[in-house]
Design a binder for this molecule. Sequence first.
Ligand code: SAM
Length: 263
Amino acid sequence: MNDFNYKKSLGQNFLQDKNILENIVKCANITDNALTIEIGPGSGNLTKEIAKVSKQVLCYEIDERLEMVLDDSLKEYHNINIIFADFLKRDINSDISKYEYDNLYLVANLPYYITTPIIEKIIATNLPFKKIVIMIQKEVGERFNAKPGMKEYNSLTVYLNYYFNLKKEFIVSRNCFIPKPNVDSIVISLEKKKDLLALKSIDKFNKLLKDSFKFKRKTIKNNLKNYDLTKVEEILTKYNFNLNTRAEEIPLEVFVELANNLN
Ligand code: SAM
């Protein structure tokens, strides 16, 4: 890797610390006969640790220049398949239909520039992941875990918490990567909630969230001015909020009720 020209535009910061790599994989508690998906194997350092415990590993790497590096670094492992393609453009359901497995996992040190689209895609595929363990930028991790009333609380926080129980696992210093990024990282794990709140339409819910948080300093009355504000007020009042409340104060169950009752 000495003469490898790292591409910042592809989020290429490779994790060097073997203990941390092992600890990331441990968070997933991968069981027997598992298939684990990794996005962005890079030079294969995390992939190796996954392949030691997961019967099968399927990776997506956008940068074809890494093919030779990966061929070499992973040559001892025969349970890894790498697709050189943009994860965001692949039909994941079709890719994994060729595999037989008992449990499905996702473990990845994500390319940070596309954290949100990757997570939206993971949700949209609706695959039955037993556990998802991802390393992301620390500030983004704080947002995912934020509670109503905190300034980090946003539409993705609500969307993610609708689907998953989230856990902060541990922080990773920027010094553990080559090249060294400008930010620290955090490993978080996500497990799908067993009893999801009933939603009439996921698309409506998503749109309502995006609209509610559109202008951060504005109240619900301003951000939702194209909705039936009488209905919005009626629901908010039930929960001791009003039209002057800001989206960042409103909890998940209220957004679900709003989405289910607005056109
Ligand atoms: N797994 C390695 C590690 O832990 O050190 C590398 C992680 S690095 C943060 C992110 C990796 O994602 C890079 O190898 C990058 O080339 C790859 N990548 C970036 N965009 C991608 C995309 N759209 N689809 C698949 N891989 C992508």
